[in-house]
Design a protein around this ligand. Structure first.
Ligand code: NAD
Length: 337
């Protein structure tokens, strides 16, 4: 198939090219056109003369873009990510466009990054790194707390939440879990509780549920107020789960003890780009970056070589299945109704 690949970075191209080169000769040979721009209303024209498009987390697949894709002859969208909150699935169905994703490329990559953020923020490793390089060997202000024995609340015990629960359990944490679908196999590692109890009892809350209308601003002003004073929130899922303005108020009052973010609601246009010579116009993000107890990475939790290899291979398999008329195992199905 001819595939227009949007928001391509050097690493996307590297891993997709490697996956294409390593394929058996009897498999379909897909032709990728690598495009730097994000997909949106202005750039959708670049999909012309393709059969499918390949998109990522900040590409915008709203009704208008999907309609333009249909007009361009696009029949299939392959997402090179797990989340699909940026696709209007109802509109896609209306225009006869099917979509697939990579549901399980490496839950370890994301869960390990979430724990990395928590360890860094709690033990202030990011600050110590700079201090020591400046010959400042003082420990003043670097105190953290033992994770062992602390209570960690895990929201969403799917692929990533499960791995994170296992990691936290390995650190000797007490794990409280909340999910709309509980998994009995997880009960040896922790206890499923209500969201209210999870927020009230956790020293750390780590978010691993999808962004959808039910989870938008799950961590809002009310939720933050019900959390323990000094608790830490870790979000490696999707930015829209946290009301960042409400979090800023709670950081200023000291009620929120720390915030570790790999995702940000307004990250589109910022994350994945080098803007080091530009003035950032987003006052919420820039305010967040001023707090000593806020740690932000730019949506890199997925970014391991293992995950990139797996994303590329599964993306090609999704294309193979679609082209050959087989069932697409990773097809995205609208379950919102
Ligand atoms: P998953 O589908 O395996 O698990 C999601 C879990 O959340 C499921 O168990 C589901 O029942 C649960 N859930 C759904 N609605 C809920 C709600 N209202 N409250 C509590 N739980 C709810 O997905 P996953 O692979 O574990 O990924 C989780 C999320 O992580 C994805 O949706 C994606 O947004 C995000 N993600 C981020 C990165 C990154 O690089 N930062 C990479 C991959 C995935």
């Amino acid at each position: 198939m001819k595939v227009a690949c949007f928001s391509t970075k050097s690493y996307d191209r590297q891993f997709i090219d490697e996956a294409l080169e390593s394929r058996d000769a009897d498999l379909p040979q897909h032709e990728f056109r690598f495009l730097k721009p994000d997909l949106n209303r202005d750039t959708v024209v670049l999909a012309d003369e393709s059969d499918a498009i390949c998109a990522f987390v900040n590409d915008r697949l709203d009704r208008e873009v999907l309609e333009a894709l249909k007009v361009a002859g696009i029949r299939f969208v392959v997402m090179r990510c797990a989340g699909f909150n940026n696709i209007d699935l109802k509109a896609a169905a209306d225009f006869g466009i099917r979509a697939a994703r990579v549901p399980k490329y490496s839950p370890y990559a994301v869960a390990e990054h979430a724990m990395g953020l928590l360890l860094t923020l709690n033990r202030k490793i990011h600050r110590a790194y700079h201090r020591v390089r400046d010959n400042n060997f003082s420990l003043e202000g670097l105190i953290g707390f033992d994770l062992h024995g602390r209570t960690v609340g895990i929201v969403g015990t799917g692929e990533i939440g499960k791995v994170f629960t296992r990691i936290a359990s390995g650190f000797g944490c007490r794990c409280l879990m909340y999910d709309v679908h509980t998994d009995p196999a997880m009960e040896s590692l922790g206890e499923y509780v209500s969201m209210e109890r999870l927020l009230a009892e956790s020293d750390i809350v780590s978010l691993h549920c999808p962004l959808n209308p039910h989870t938008y601003h799950l961590i809002d002003a009310d939720a933050l107020q019900t959390m323990k004073p000094g608790a830490i929130v870790v979000n490696t899922s999707r930015g829209g789960l946290v009301d960042a303005a409400a979090a800023i108020k709670c950081l200023k009052s000291g009620h929120l003890g720390g915030l570790a973010l790999d995702v940000y609601e307004e990250e589109s246009g910022l994350f994945f780009n080098d803007l080091s010579s530009q003035i950032i116009q987003d006052d919420v993000l820039t305010r967040l970056m001023t707090f000593p107890n806020v740690l932000i990475t730019a949506h890199q939790a997925f970014f391991t070589s293992d995950a990139m290899r797996s994303i590329a291979m599964t993306t090609l398999t999704n294309l193979d299945c679609f082209e050959s008329g087989q069932a697409v195992e990773n097809e995205i199905v609208d379950r919102s109704e």
